[in-house]
Design a protein around this ligand. Sequence first.
Ligand code: IMP
Ligand code: MG
Length: 174
Amino acid sequence: MRLGDLVFTPYITADVIAERVRSLALELYERVGESDPVFLVLLQGAFVFAADLMRAYPGNAEVYFTRLRSYSGTEGGEIELFTGIPPALNNRHVIIVEDIVDSGRTVFHVQEELEAYRPASVTIVALLQKKILRPNLVKADMVGFEIPEDFVVGYGLDYNEMGRGLPDIYVLKK
Ligand code: IMP
Ligand code: MG
């Protein structure tokens, strides 16, 4: 499968993803079920995962979105919130929904921003987490799949904004 100048091969099928997302939703419900949690979805990548996770979640939950932008040109890559965090998160059980945790800088930044809103609790749920040798700043509390440090696309994840709509996840061919 080709996206722009890169070739990708099948990695995790839609069936396998769907099964894992269903069990994550049940695990999440066991953790925070009776507290009417708030899903805080990190755009763009997590929108597909969040839609499936929410529909598989057996309890009441609200959903809000925030978008981050990072300046990858600069060394150390500053991350900032592109849209603010909704004030409704005060004193709520917040579930940060992320597509993939790599260095952990993105979720770390969101966690820090969230502190000012004094949520009752924060749980980070990521569909994918890369197994990296350097220490993560922040790891997800719940992870769908741990993967090697390879570049993946599909199911919301993109390569230069391509591939987000693919039902399966693909990995960059070496
Ligand atoms: P982190 O801040 O290093 O944890 O990077 C996480 C963000 O980088 C995710 O929200 C994704 O948008 C992006 N990202 C990291 N790895 C991949 C990948 O393999 N494919 C697509 N996007 C990725
Ligand atoms: Mg992302």
